[in-house]
Structures are given as structure tokens and as C-alpha cells.
Design a protein around this ligand. Structure first.
Ligand code: GLN
Length: 380
């Protein structure tokens, strides 16, 4: 017997479906992601903390889940909404079914609803706060819970998902022919750039990409003061992706200001991009429904080339608010919003989308090379 589940939106809309996770109730901001692959990476991306994610691709769970594709230690989104989970999974990499994985991670999730209707509603009205309730259905209670969710604006979630202590990361990207090749000591030879990564909810693929570039990677908690980062003698600092609103993250803004002022090469990704913007004096805004997908066209304003990018953000830096020493480098071809910036007075740049993809195409991966080149130049 299937357990009934509902999704209630703050505007009063109710969707009725069935549970594919644990029984209970969860609230958050409902957003939609249009990626056709990568549901496990999406589920484990810490940037989705506080969000109920609906996937527009109709069949989710076909290839199960595996220990390799996780972007963090556990499922991080606050709830999952899908159209249809096939009764059988099929992949040589599958270790577990998606519903079992969701239950193991205590996630409340719903299947069997009209995700096209939901997506159209979110596009028209903008992101909605919502509640998924599985088992013990009480529609009025679910509606009230959706309306009580305070919304992501003003919420500092980076400090809730960051690591507790500093650690060293040594694993490069997974390869089809030999899986993960933990090449620990290789990373200290050849091109030994030491990169300190501020973990605001970092995706593992960012760390893996740095290892692919032969960097020595130290990951530090979100609130570590800039002075402690400088004491680690980094060649460069990467400020990571992460959930919630960048504006209340004053500790991160202050640290980035200091590091940039000191001339440390700095690369920001997604939340890190927004934080570099704020640290440079720009303003952030909440978008209507954001960008969440794996095929978003972005214009590189220098080369005039179009890159297809992986995206996941609900806030953005307002291009109009950029101070004189910050240059726009990329713009979204979907809505013209700002996608990349560069400081003209310091070695610091950032990108709003995801150069590490996971899931998504590799068009933006050269930004990692740009970061390496920036560190090389700075060292000379
Ligand atoms: N992926 C991210 O880093 C997301 C950044 C931020 N939480 C936003 O929604 O815009």
C-alpha cells in the first residue's frame, strides 16, 4: 500500500500524490530544476538546504543511487517533488534505489503529482513557500505550515551546513576506467598550489576539480577569520557555493574583504560569487524563481562566446549596483541577469553558475584553469 502525501503551497494550491520518503512533514521554498540527469547530485548539493526541489524531468530514480555521485555526506535538500519513480532501477553503478536512499536520509518526498502544472505556477507567481506532508494527512495543517515558513530571504544557512573543523581534501574526479584514484602525494608535486576553500556548503566536485589541477586543498569552516586563513599561507582562496541568502553572512563578507584587500587570488562560485559582490560593495537581490538547471546559456562578455552552464541560485548580484572597480564578465541569456564579475584592482573573480557542473556540461570548467593561472601570476 502506498502512503499518501501532499504538497501545499502558500498560495493555497494543493497537490495530492504518494510518499517516496519517510512519513512526516517538511517546509521550505519550492523551486524547480530542469536538469535531465543528476538527481543524486541535486539531492546532495548543500545549496538546496531550505528548499523543496521539484524536478521537471518526469522519470526520476531510473538509475538508482551510488556512493560515487554524492556531492556531500548526505541528502541536503529539504524535500523532493517528482512526477514518477519507475518501479525498477537499472544501472551497473546502482547500489540503492532512490526511495530507499531518501528514507535512509530521513527525507520527506512526494511523487505522482503534475510537476508541469507546479512548474508553470512557480514561473508565473514566483517561488512559493511550501510544505510536503507524508502520511497522517491534514491539509489545513500543511497549508498553515507552508504559510509559516519565513522564506529564504534574510536566512543565513551557510553557517548551518559548513564543516565543523578544517580538513584536507585529496580525492580527484571519478574516472570511468579507474574510479576515484586517491593520489594523495601526487597532489604535492609538480604544481603545488595550496588552495584554501571556504566551506559555505561546498560541493565535492569543486574540491575534486582542484585536485585534478594538482592543487593542495584545505577546507575551512565558514566562520574561520581571514587571519587564520592567511596563516595557512594559501596561494589562492576559493569561496564556495552554499544555501540561503548571501546578505546576512557578514562573517563571510568581512573575511572576503580582508583577503581581497591583502591581494590573495580569490575565486567565488555561486554563493561565493554573491559574497564577493557584496564584499566589493555591490547589492544582492532575490530573483523571481531563480535559475536551476543544467543547460542555461551564458554570454562571456569578453569573448562573446555562449557557454552552456549548470545553474542553481535564487539570489543574484545586481549589475546596476557594481562599483567602479568591479567589471561584469558574464550575463545570462535567459534573463540578462549578471553571471560573472571580476575585480579590476585585485586578483579576484567569480561566477554565478557552476563551473564544476555535476550535473551539467563542462563549458565553464576553464574557470578553474583561470584560477590556477591567476595563482601562478601572483606567485611570480
Ligand atoms: N548554489 C549556490 O551557491 C546558491 C547560492 C544562493 N543560496 C542562491 O540561492 O542564490
Amino acid at each position: 500500500m502506498k502512503t499518501p502525501a501532499i504538497l501545499a503551497l502558500e498560495d493555497g494550491t494543493l497537490f495530492r500524490g504518494e510518499s517516496i520518503g519517510v512519513e512526516g512533514m517538511t517546509t521550505g521554498e519550492v523551486c524547480f530544476n530542469t536538469a535531465m540527469t543528476g538527481y543524486q547530485e541535486i539531492c546532495t548539493d548543500p545549496s538546496y538546504s531550505g528548499q523543496l526541489v521539484t524536478l521537471t524531468y518526469p522519470h526520476i530514480g531510473n538509475v538508482g543511487v551510488n556512493p560515487v555521485d554524492a556531492e556531500s555526506k548526505r541528502v541536503m535538500l529539504s524535500g523532493l517533488v517528482v512526477r514518477d519513480v519507475p518501479p525498477r532501477m537499472s544501472s551497473w553503478r546502482a547500489a540503492q534505489s532512490l526511495p530507499d536512499y531518501l528514507r535512509e536520509n530521513a527525507v520527506v518526498a512526494i511523487a505522482g503529482i503534475d510537476t508541469r502544472k507546479l512548474t508553470r505556477l512557480l514561473r508565473e507567481k514566483g517561488a512559493q513557500n511550501g510544505c510536503i506532508m507524508a502520511g497522517g494527512i491534514d491539509e489545513q495543517k500543511a497549508l498553515a505550515a507552508a504559510r509559516e515558513f519565513p522564506g529564504l530571504k534574510g536566512m543565513d544557512l551557510a553557517q548551518t551546513v559548513t564543516c565543523a573543523d578544517t580538513y584536507v581534501w585529496r580525492t580527484p574526479s571519478w574516472k570511468l576506467d579507474h574510479g576515484f584514484e586517491p593520489a594523495p602525494d601526487k597532489a604535492y608535486q609538480g604544481s603545488p598550489y595550496h588552495v584554501v576553500v571556504y566551506d559555505y556548503g561546498v560541493k565535492r566536485d569543486i574540491l575534486r576539480r582542484l585536485c585534478d589541477h594538482n592543487c593542495q586543498v584545505t577546507v575551512v569552516p565558514a566562520k574561520l577569520p581571514a587571519a587564520d586563513v592567511l596563516a595557512l599561507k594559501p596561494d589562492g582562496v576559493l569561496v564556495s557555493n552554499g544555501p540561503g541568502d548571501p546578505e546576512p553572512c557578514d562573517y563571510a563578507i568581512a573575511a572576503i574583504q580582508e583577503l581581497v584587500e591583502q591581494g590573495v587570488p580569490l575565486f567565488g562560485i555561486c554563493l561565493g560569487h554573491q559574497l564577493l559582490g557584496l564584499a566589493s560593495g555591490a547589492k544582492s537581490t532575490k530573483m523571481k524563481f531563480g535559475h536551476h538547471g543544467a543547460n542555461h546559456p551564458v554570454l562571456d562578455l569578453d569573448t562573446r562566446k555562449v557557454i552552456i552552464s549548470s545553474q542553481n541560485h535564487g539570489f543574484a548580484i545586481d549589475e546596476e549596483s557594481l562599483p567602479k572597480n568591479v567589471r561584469a564578465t558574464h550575463r545570462s541569456l535567459f534573463d540578462g541577469s549578471l553571471q560573472g564579475i571580476e575585480r579590476t584592482d585585485k586578483p579576484a573573480f567569480s561566477f554565478q553558475g557552476h563551473p564544476e557542473a555535476s550535473p551539467g556540461p563542462n563549458d565553464v570548467a576553464p574557470l578553474f584553469t583561470r584560477f590556477i593561472e591567476m595563482m601562478a601570476k601572483h606567485r611570480q
